[in-house]
Ligand binder design. Structure first.
Ligand SMILES: Nc1ncnc2c1ncn2[C@@H]1O[C@H](COP(=O)(O)OP(=O)(O)O)[C@@H](O)[C@H]1O
Ligand SMILES: [Mg+2]
Length: 305
């Protein structure tokens, strides 16, 4: 399966959530792969704790250079062995492979050339043979990486491969409106998908939303907030729920929500079971990533949202 992670804005939690989702999927026994298609800012290495690729790879053989045909194969980083955080694997039997294909340090967006699409298709087909789940982290907004992904997934060769699209947004007015616009707007994903050769309705069925850094008003009311703040937060939550419905970003298209976690607020990283056991990260956050990883590949939960 190929999953494309998009967002209208930067800072939505797209990369951190995608990385954690993929990490949980590997712990569940799946061979998984992360493609950093955020060509302007390929920082996924930092989340996986890989210092030499925290800003993209400097070897000159990242995904960007691969697509431009400057190298024969894109660099692959085995996260389990390359990460500085040795505790990643502990306590899990039958862990799958977790591989990062980094972007290139210092490269920007790339030219809109048809041969890049063929190159991208070739890569997707090859990775699909090796991994059960490949996540493609697209940069924010409508850009060439998004357009290329839409064109490549419309190609006949990709039709036998299940593909899904996740749109990430924070639980705020601006983010809800922006996420709806990214998908349904005049130059939104649905429109570009259609001009790229997708059937609009089929494509819409492959797309779900993920809310990130969501404050749950209920428990906070009991700890740290005044009664007035709790009531206001509750009302705010209701307004956002209505707004999300109006912008077609509502509950029936929601794959899952990730709660606001203090660890992620301060540092982009994978949440390990150790982080939870030591009391630093919240168990609800870990559970949310685990649930996302399961729902994503489960046809029944995908269809019955
Ligand atoms: N559930 C969360 N709780 C708190 N902070 C979060 C959460 N998810 C993401 N963040 C933080 O938000 C910031 C933006 O996340 P990032 O994944 O880099 O966004 P994007 O890839 O959309 O630009 C990061 O500092 C990240 O750690
Ligand atoms: Mg990112």
């Amino acid at each position: 399966m190929f999953v494309f992670a998009a967002s209208d804005k930067g800072g939505t939690g797209r990369s951190v959530t995608s990385s954690n989702l993929l990490y949980r999927s590997a712990l569940q026994g799946n061979d998984v792969c992360y493609l950093d298609f955020d060509f302007g800012s390929p920082t996924a290495g930092a989340i996986f704790g890989i210092e030499r690729a925290e800003n993209g790879t400097a070897t000159g053989s990242g995904l960007h250079r691969y697509l431009l045909k400057e190298v024969y194969e894109p660099e692959r980083i085995d996260v389990w062995t390359a990460t500085e955080r040795r505790v990643f694997r502990t306590g899990h039997a039958n862990t799958g492979r977790l591989v990062l294909l980094p972007g290139d340090v210092g490269d920007g967006d790339f030219p809109d050339r048809a041969d890049l699409q063929d190159r991208c298709l070739e890569l997707f087909l090859r990775l699909n043979e090796e991994f059960s789940l490949c996540m493609v982290d697209l940069s924010a907004g409508r850009n060439l990486a998004v357009e290329m992904a839409l064109k490549v997934t419309a190609m006949p060769e990709m039709q036998r491969i299940p593909t899904r699209w996740l749109v990430f947004h924070r639980w705020t007015r601006q983010h809800v409106v922006a996420a709806g616009g990214l998908v349904n707007g005049p130059r939104g994903l649905l429109a570009i998908a259609e001009t790229s050769g997708h059937n609009r309705q089929d494509f819409a069925n492959k797309l779900r939303y993920v809310r990130t850094a969501v404050i749950d008003p209920a428990p906070l009311t009991q700890s740290g907030l005044t009664a007035k703040q709790g009531i206001w937060l509750d009302e705010c939550n209701r307004r956002l729920t209505r707004l999300a419905g109006d912008h077609q970003v509502g509950k029936n298209l929601l794959l899952g929500s990730v709660p606001l976690d203090p660890v992620l607020q301060w540092q982009e990283q994978l949440i390990t079971d150790n982080d939870v056991a030591s009391g630093v990260a919240n168990p609800e956050t870990r559970n949310a990533f685990e649930q996302l990883a399961k729902r994503l590949v489960d046809d029944d939960s995908w269809e019955t949202l």
